[in-house]
Design a protein around this ligand. Structure first.
Ligand SMILES: Cc1cc2nc3c(=O)[nH]c(=O)nc-3n(C[C@H](O)[C@H](O)[C@H](O)COP(=O)(O)OP(=O)(O)OC[C@H]3O[C@@H](n4cnc5c(N)ncnc54)[C@H](O)[C@@H]3O)c2cc1C
Length: 416
């Protein structure tokens, strides 16, 4: 009999799961409280870059992150507020900075990202409007520490088959004449790609609908009706803003909202929002031809067809969507150090989104603890787009076959 699945959340992860489950023959419904693609998946940098398959807490980051955390304009900021969730999250974050944990996570996330990249290439053939381009990615730095960090990253991902080449400051300027400043060096990863993030979600929604998926927008998950045999719980149905829905299984893919929704289901899902900003500005006279990561400022530059996206910063928050002008300015000023951006450049859009961040920097993908029919697919921190279709494949394999080549114990939701 065909399995019926309801997916909660219409971002890149929910839609990736929908497509892969429908391809495997499941009867799928997606519910989205707003419109698909307008959560964190809307305005991200659009990078599909397996070279950045790193968890947030990396070994050796402790001192660096402490310094950043105290600077309200720094790339990583945590406002000191009294909160049990925040203090538990931070403790776990600090304990996750071990070599062994990082290596296990990187191996798993690279696999997921490579699988996603392959599948996005197929999606781009069917939906060219996603504007996917495989032009590589340039990491650049003006400091010795930054060059060292880029080189270490290159060596780390080379072990997993991701090629990168070291470039001197001069070689970088020759390769990308749009860059300026006293560059010391960096790395060029040739296989990385980028695309238009909202268009990717919308293309997946079209594909899902072609495969028979029903997408219910403006339909909010409110609560679940749960039965139990004393040991295992089962979701019988869910209450939504548009009535009750019954399914064999459910997938929680609600990004940074997942923590509160899981709480409603008595599950511990320590996800906080990693607030980041993206500015869309007019295209530059000296427009970069490839995406650039400015290592020293942690700023992501993505060239678009008639404009430029400048994204960055991570401020740990709990559902706070306010815009802090000082942090937006820090991104703009940081980009100006490396690109010729006129002061009066036209800014078309200032966007912020909450990256769903787990304390160990690894998403939760798998069956929820104590539940027989609830699949988790959330917590993708800064790589939800690049790991999207791979996550969908893993979820679909687990639901329809019970096993997957992409499965790793590091994703197990029961670890929390
Ligand atoms: C500045 C910035 C730059 C980034 N750059 C990149 C990048 O280059 N590459 C990359 O891979 N990642 C990047 N990311 C991270 C990426 O955007 C996220 O990891 C990804 O969007 C998470 O997707 P999601 O589907 O889990 O969450 P979301 O896109 O937030 O989707 C969750 C959905 O659930 C819905 N929802 C919530 N509650 C309910 C409810 N009760 N009922 C029904 N629906 C509900 C929401 O409305 C939302 O649409 C970036 C993020 C930021 C902020």
């Amino acid at each position: 009999m065909q399995k019926s699945i309801t997916i909660i959340g219409g971002g890149i992860i929910g839609l990736s799961c929908a497509v892969k489950l429908a391809e495997a023959g499941a009867d799928v419904v997606v519910i989205e409280k707003n419109e698909v693609g307008y959560g964190c998946s809307y305005g991200n940098a659009g990078w599909m870059t397996p070279c950045f398959a790193m968890p947030l807490p990396m070994p050796g980051m402790l001192m660096k992150s402490m310094k950043w955390m105290l600077n309200p304009s720094g790339p990583l900021y945590i406002k000191p507020v009294p909160s049990v969730l925040l203090s538990q999250w931070l403790t776990r974050f600090l304990l996750s900075m071990t070599e062994e944990k990082a290596q296990t996570a990187i191996e798993a996330l690279v696999k997921l990202s490579i699988k996603s990249l392959q599948d996005y290439k197929q999606l781009a053939l069917e939906y060219p409007e996603i504007d996917m381009q495989q032009k590589g990615l340039l990491m650049v730095s003006a400091t010795k520490d930054g060059v060292k960090a880029a080189t270490q990253e290159m060596e780390l991902v080379a072990k997993h088959g991701i090629p990168g080449n070291f470039l001197t400051g001069e070689q970088i300027k020759e390769f990308e004449p749009a860059l300026r400043g006293n560059l010391l060096g960096g790395v060029y990863f040739s296989q990385e790609a980028h695309a238009e993030p909202l268009k990717v979600v919308q293309a997946l929604a079209k594909k899902a609908q072609k495969l028979g998926v029903r997408i219910l927008e403006h339909t909010e998950f409110l609560k679940a009706n749960i039965t139990t045999d004393g040991k295992t719980k089962k979701i019988k149905s869910i209450q939504t803003s548009n009535g009750e829905m019954i399914s064999d299984s459910f997938v929680l893919a609600a990004g940074s909202w997942s923590q509160a929704l899981a709480d409603e289901l008595s599950l511990n899902v320590p996800i906080l929002g990693g607030k980041g900003y993206a500015l869309i500005v007019d295209q530059l006279e000296a427009q970069p031809k490839v995406p650039i990561m400015i290592v020293d400022r942690k700023i992501a530059i993505t060239p678009r067809s008639n404009s430029l996206r400048i994204a960055g910063t991570l401020e740990l928050v709990n559902q706070d969507f306010s815009i802090t002008e000082r942090r937006v300015k820090a991104i703009f000023d940081g980009a100006k150090e490396f690109l010729q951006i006129p002061n009066d450049i036209k800014v078309y859009e200032t966007w912020r989104g909450l990256r769903p961040c787990t304390p160990d920097g690894v998403p939760l993908i798998g069956w929820a603890k104590d539940y027989s029919n609830l699949m988790m697919a959330c917590g993708h921190q800064m790589l939800g787009l690049q790991a999207g279709l791979g996550t969908g494949q893993l979820v679909s394999d687990l639901v329809t076959k019970g096993t997957s080549d992409l499965q790793r114990s590091v994703y197990d939701p029961a670890r929390f």
